[in-house]
Design a protein around this ligand. Structure first.
Ligand SMILES: [Zn+2]
Length: 489
């Protein structure tokens, strides 16, 4: 494992950013290891690669002016290039419709009795409250999907035929923080840029810019909002504006690969069932002259999956191979938004119905602030679709590895949302049981200082052994594990 980590996280691999030379070098290294273990390419293919093509979007130019005065992107407004139709020239806007919260729900609709076809809409983020301070849509103090998922408002505006949607974000700074990652990566799995033209231009703006747009009508808008609260009836008004928006995309196609090592099962009745063991091998690459080595994230998990692949290949060579098939998958594009695993589940090589589970490993070589002792691993997701998977992991751990299993991040309420943040989630979404091994974040996380000398190799090895035993059990027990939990994936 140490050799793998020192190789993958060396200067030569330049941080393994998806689509860059170092990423291909890493893929070649991984495929070379699989070949050395005697694992052949998947039948019908000449290499170990599944080709994945990403499209990356950046702003070549993004400019907005209000009454001839330029306003600054990320200071007063945000537009995300990969969610914005490809424009061929600047758009000028001379009037907008203020439309409350931009909600179109059975319980309350801002679109009621107003034709907004071809209009530019200005709305508030969130949703209205009533006089008892409850949210109107839920009748309680919890928010509805209209508050937490912007997709609903975009869809409603599109359905009504609006020309663009401008959302006033109360917490604009936080919004910028969340959007920064998307802006930095800019990657999607889109096959053609024309697919962007199905989007509606969406611009999120600061409250200050909202005021500027409203101009003389600012008090009227505030009165209308209060009226919505008092009456529960939608309110709208037309605002004259003088806006110029120029949004020019820079679009690039970025090829990369997932690397697959397939060990066919030995039992003719069970070998069509596949257990996946996965880790992403990509990382952040370089910024300026700094190399983001990504030793823990995720050369550590990659090295574990390679060793597990070797163990299964060796068992098979000794005539003791697993009954079910095992697919070792080293994924690309994770740091761009779990894109390699998304590509795999959208273009599976083995049927997803026959996929028993995904055992995913991401960052297992360090100790976080919550633990004084290194003898632990976080276990995430194991009981969310199948209690049997959870039980198997507990049983093999108490028999072989005796790690402290920390379930803190498996709670539905985990504010870090780690369950949603690595490749296993794309399998869980498809109702495939997952187990995610992870040892937590640290000061070097997503920094150039995540280097191989800081990895605790014995700890990483123990977690790799636990992942191996769990995989072995999943691949060899008589009955395939059952999906017996609903509503938590
Ligand atoms: Zn990672």
């Amino acid at each position: 494992m140490k050799e793998h980590v020192y190789t993958l996280a060396s200067k030569d691999f330049q941080g393994r950013e998806t689509g860059k030379e170092g990423n291909f070098k890493a893929a070649d290294y991984i495929a070379g290891q699989l070949t050395a273990y005697g694992i052949p390419p998947i039948s019908g293919d000449s290499d170990h690669f599944q080709e994945v093509s990403f499209t990356t979007f950046k702003w070549e130019n993004i400019q907005l002016s209000v009454s001839g005065e330029a306003v600054e992107h990320l200071k007063e407004y945000i537009a995300i290039p990969q969610h914005f139709p490809v424009q061929t020239g600047p758009i000028g806007i001379s009037s907008m419709v203020f439309l409350g919260y931009g909600i179109d729900d059975e319980a309350y609709s801002d679109y009621e009795g107003v034709d907004v076809r071809g209009k530019h809409l200005l709305v508030y983020a969130g949703e209205p409250r009533d006089l008892n301070d409850n949210f109107r849509l839920t009748g309680s103090d919890s928010i509805s999907e209209w508050s937490y998922d912007p997709y609903y408002k975009i869809e409603a505006a599109k359905k009504a035929g609006a020309a663009s949607l401008w959302i006033i974000e109360n917490d604009f700074r936080q919004m910028v923080m969340y959007a920064r990652r998307e802006l930095l990566t800019g990657a999607t799995l889109m096959e053609t840029p024309e697919q962007l033209d199905t989007y509606l231009p969406l611009v999120s703006i600061s409250p200050a810019l909202g005021q500027k747009l409203a101009g003389k009508k600012v008090n009227k808008i505030i009165r209308l909002r209060d009226k919505i609260t008092k009456t529960g009836k939608p309110q709208h008004t037309t605002i004259p504006v003088d806006l110029q928006l120029n949004a020019v995309h820079q679009i690039k196609s970025t090829p990369s690969v997932n690397v697959l090592g397939y060990i066919e099962g030995s039992d003719p009745d069970l070998k069509d069932e596949v257990v996946i063991v996965s880790a992403h091998f990509d990382h952040l690459g370089m910024r300026g002259n700094d190399i983001y080595f990504g030793a823990d994230d995720n050369a550590s998990g990659t090295s574990a999956v390679l060793e597990i692949a070797q163990a299964f290949a060796q068992a098979k060579a000794n005539g003791q191979g697993p009954k079910r098939s095992v697919l070792c998958m080293l994924m690309t594009g994770e740091e761009k938004g779990l894109l390699g695993s998304q590509y795999y589940v959208e273009h599976p090589i083995f049927s997803l119905e026959q996929t028993v589970a995904d055992v995913n490993i991401d960052m297992i070589g360090r100790v976080d602030e919550q633990h004084a002792d290194s003898n632990y691993t976080y276990v995430i997701g194991a009981d969310r679709l199948s209690t049997e998977l959870h039980d198997i992991n507990e049983a093999v751990n108490s028999k072989y590895t005796k790690l402290f299993l920390d379930y803190t991040f498996n709670m539905d309420s985990d504010p870090n949302r780690f369950y949603y943040r690595s490749d296993h989630y794309n399998f869980a979404k498809n109702n495939i049981p997952v187990i995610f091994y992870f040892s937590g974040v640290h000061a070097d996380y997503h920094r150039p200082s995540d280097t191989p000398d800081k990895i605790m190799y014995e700890k990483a090895e123990t977690i790799a052994r636990l992942a191996f035993h769990t995989t072995w059990e999943l691949a060899n027990r008589d009955e395939r594990i059952k999906v017996n939990v609903t509503g938590r994936n």
